[in-house]
Design a protein around this ligand. Structure first.
Ligand code: BV8
Length: 252
């Protein structure tokens, strides 16, 4: 890997000599695909919706149609989106380093659509809904969702097996992360020599602790974000800018 950016020599060396790179992404990596982030004030999803009102099991139990309608709006946004140069650069990285792991907090499928494989989805997958009662996986019907105006109630479908309401395949606040995905993420973090964190405010736990775990086990940590974050003091290097510009410049 070489870089057009003016990078510190130590970062250039780390990029060239890395044996196992782990890339950790948040909503910012999908921002340039037009998928709203959570906390950017002017566009963040939470700026218009209270996460406690929507992304919790209690909210779904209280008003399944409101929560399902919000996720159908988000699914339409994701289906209309395309992977951006950041997703493609991460997928291309696999050809440049001996070992690459990708861990994401995102529930969209843009990493996979850009060609990444084996992505650890810590917070679930929008495209893999399941029954909220018996857990049976459910498949969306073909075509675009009936895109509500991001607030209209849409009654969730009934499970064909037990008639329970179908729920989004995501991890809500207060729910445990999938054990297998978390174990894969911890192994990729403990085993890497370069940890690249892209587009996360690092506010949601336990995912947000991964950069610290990487640093504590001796990996170099590179952060890509246009804004300062809680990771600024953990990272060895902080590149301020959009992932869609920085990542392609890092990866040739
Ligand atoms: C659990 C799926 C235990 C749903 C999501 C008090 C203190 C600390 C922790 C807690 C606490 N109270 C409760 C907790 C735990 C809680 C938590 O961390 N809360 C936080 C808010 C305080 N965590 C949980 O509940 C987790 N579960 O702990 O379970 C347990 C154990 C056993 C048994 C039972 C329970 C579950 C958390 C998962 C929640 N689900 N998503 C959905 O998507 O609807 S989280 C959600 O936030 C998304 O996954 C998102 O990815 C994630 C993190 O946000 P970011 O990705 O960082 O996005 P954000 O908008 O914040 O930032 C975007 C960044 O991109 C910004 O920095 C911006 O500058 C940057 N950016 C913008 N444009 C670009 C860019 N970067 C690069 N390029 C650009 N172009």
């Amino acid at each position: 890997m070489t870089a057009d950016l003016l990078l510190p020599d130590r970062l250039l060396t780390a990029l060239r000599e890395a044996r196992h790179v782990t890339v950790f992404t948040g909503a910012g990596v999908s921002a340039e695909s037009g998928v709203p982030t959570f906390r950017d004030a002017h566009t963040g999803l939470w700026a218009r919706f209270d996460p406690a009102a929507l992304a919790t099991p209690e909210a779904f139990a209280a008003d399944p149609a409101l929560v399902w309608g919000w996720y159908e709006w988000r699914r339409a946004r994701v289906m209309r989106a395309a992977p951006n140069p950041a997703h493609r650069a991460i997928a291309a990285l696999a050809r440049h380093v001996p070992a690459l792991s990708v861990i994401t907090q995102n529930v969209d499928d843009l990493h996979e659509r850009a060609g990444s494989t084996g992505v650890a989805h810590l917070h679930g997958r929008l495209m893999q809904p399941r029954c909220s009662v018996c857990g049976q996986p459910w498949r969306y019907p073909p075509g675009m969702p009936d895109e509500p105006a991001a607030g209209r109630r849409v009654t969730p479908p009934d499970c064909p097996r037990c008639a329970g309401p179908i729920r989004p395949g995501v991890v809500w606040f207060g729910e445990p992360l999938p054990a297998d995905e978390w174990q894969r993420a911890m192994a990729a973090t403990a085993g890497c020599d370069l940890f690249i964190t892209v587009g996360t405010s690092a506010l949601v736990y336990p995912a947000a602790q991964l950069p610290q775990v990487a640093a504590e086990q001796g990996a170099r940590v590179l952060q890509l974000n246009p804004q300062p974050t809680a990771l600024d003091t953990i990272a060895d290097w902080n590149l301020l800018g959009p992932a869609g510009t920085l990542l392609p410049a890092l990866v040739h």
